[in-house]
Design a protein around this ligand. Structure first.
Ligand code: ZN
Ligand code: ZN
Length: 252
């Protein structure tokens, strides 16, 4: 959970997309962020090593060529679902997810460049807190069912999806930086990560397109299908109202 330290930075101004306020996680949240950022690469490598060794033994290693685009697309889809949900539902005062998920996404619309002031742990830690338990469960599943080719394939997809999701906020940060590193710009030009002009459409009225922020590959299709509007209509049918429909003022 992020809490405002109240430190105003006079060099940053709201007109340039910065709030000028430094946000810091609470002590427990900060500990979890640091610990899981360190553990994530370990569980990731163990998952990929064990799952691909199983696929090799089963002569199914070629499935990795299918798992790579599938895992990345799943990561992009997860980024879109989480972003859309945080933009559209709930409030900033909800317990746990209010300060850790809803508030950062909504503040980002007002101060889109604040993300550029975040360090690596602050940028990736929140997702690592969720990814580490998930990849620990998948390790346990491989240990339980070592002969299953389907499980090994699914674990490779899951591990790649988790990697894409953990990297998403870094790609999102690059999309808002004035001068990202040349390597980041190369990845953006190749559309392997979120491209700034593409993402700018999300920050433009009516602020309801291009929710996917890993590389945005799924955005054209989801926009064309009106996927998120249809999802809102379906949830509305079951009585789940958007924050706007409940009368909340959404930051845009
Ligand atoms: Zn948004
Ligand atoms: Zn953004």
């Amino acid at each position: 959970m992020s809490v405002s330290s109240g430190n105003n930075n006079s060099t940053l101004s709201s007109s340039s997309g910065y709030s000028g306020i430094e946000e810091h996680s609470g002590p427990l949240h900060s500990f979890l962020e640091h610990a899981t950022v360190l553990i994530f690469p370990i569980v990731l490598v163990l998952n990929l090593h064990w799952a691909s060794s199983r696929l090799y033994d089963l002569e199914l290693l070629w499935l990795i060529a299918l798992a790579i685009p599938l895992g990345v697309l799943l990561g992009d889809f997860v980024s879109g679902i989480v972003h859309w949900a945080a933009d559209t539902y709930g409030s900033e005062d909800m317990p746990v997810i209010g300060p850790s998920l809803v508030k950062p996404f909504r503040l980002h619309h007002v101060y889109p460049r604040d993300i550029c002031t975040h360090g690596l742990v602050e940028t990736t830690g929140n997702v690592c807190i969720l990814a580490v338990p998930l990849l620990s469960v998948s390790l346990y599943m491989i240990w339980l069912l070592p002969e299953s080719g389907l499980l090994s394939f699914s674990v490779v997809c899951l591990a790649l999806m988790a990697t894409a999701t953990v990297a998403t906020n870094q790609f999102h940060k690059w999309a808002h930086q004035e001068n990202p590193a040349s390597f980041a710009r190369w990845l953006q030009r190749k559309r392997l990560v979120l491209e700034p002009q593409h993402h700018k459409q999300h920050h433009t009225e009516p602020f309801n397109v291009n929710y996917c922020i890993t590389n945005g590959w799924l955005n054209p299709l989801l926009n064309k299908l009106k996927f998120f509007r249809r999802l809102e209509a379906t949830l509305g049918f079951f009585g789940i109202k958007t924050a706007k429909a409940k009368g909340a003022k959404i930051r845009n």
